[in-house]
Design a protein around this ligand. Structure first.
Ligand code: HEC
Ligand code: HEC
Length: 191
């Protein structure tokens, strides 16, 4: 009996330790990404319900300089990514992948939605199926993501500040601003 208790102690201490690390991490994420990762700031993405692999990839891209990070009150994603261990990135990615992606109510131009849907079906749906609603596609979620954030994302792919799939970048570069606004209205219309 005595031996068993001693044997368990390090395991119990270890579980407390990892729980504490996780809470501290979650708190840091949520200062920017909002409660449960459902951002209320339209220039910061909702991260709840994204595929774990996409969240992990985002961290390696910020770390490797393949994606430029925006300064928010003196902190940014590159600094966050550099401060985390591989295990922490993997834990936090899994954590948010199990939360629900919740779409905010956004104002959008209803007259552009149909045109946006047509462009999406012709050029984007092959990788972002069902209007970009599916985390399982592992191409991030477009439907219901904040419009100002998505507009910045598209522009950062076009001007090379963010590394993207070659085929996608070509498709995006060929779009007019009007086409982009139509796509954004379509994504905002989806729940
Ligand atoms: C200082 C604010 C800040 C903190 C802290 C922060 N993020 Fe971010 N995060 C952002 C911003 C802003 C973006 C998008 C713009 C950019 O690239 O900088 C972003 C982008 C992301 C993305 C990419 C999402 C997509 O759709 O491409 C993921 C995933 C992410 N953050 C996860 C996290 C996690 C998990 C944590 C906690 C470990 C965290 N972030 C902490 C501000 C922050
Ligand atoms: C060949 C496949 C492919 C095609 C076609 C494609 N995409 Fe993507 N897209 C991806 C992948 C892969 C990602 C994830 C990139 C990452 O992890 O940073 C992505 C990410 C995105 C993002 C970033 C979302 C976020 O949360 O930051 C936007 C916006 C986007 N795509 C828009 C489009 C639009 C609009 C089209 C059509 C004009 C399109 N994509 C066509 C593969 C594709």
């Amino acid at each position: 009996m005595k031996f068993n208790k001693l044997f368990c102690l390090p395991i119990i201490l270890f579980s407390f330790y990892s729980l504490a690390v996780e809470n501290k991490l979650i708190e840091e994420c949520e200062t920017c990404h909002g409660e449960n990762g459902v951002s209320t700031n339209s220039t910061i993405p909702i991260i709840s319900g994204l595929a774990a692999v996409n969240i992990e990839d985002a961290f390696s891209m910020y770390k490797d300089g393949e994606r430029e990070a925006k300064d928010i009150d003196g902190n940014d994603m590159t600094k966050v990514a550099n401060s985390l261990s591989e295990q922490e990135v993997s834990d936090i990615s899994l954590y948010y992948s199990h939360k629900l992606f919740k779409t905010p109510n956004q104002v959008y131009d209803k007259t552009l939605v149909n045109a946006g849907k047509k462009i999406h079906l012709a050029k984007c749906d092959i990788c972002h199926s069902e209007g970009g609603t599916l985390a399982d596609d592992e191409t991030l979620i477009l439907a219901g993501q904040w419009t100002p954030y998505l507009r910045e994302s598209i522009n950062s792919f076009i001007n090379g500040e963010r590394y993207g799939d070659d085929t996608m970048v070509e498709e995006l570069q060929a779009l007019s601003e009007k086409h982009i606004e139509a796509l954004l209205a379509y994504y905002a219309s989806l729940k």
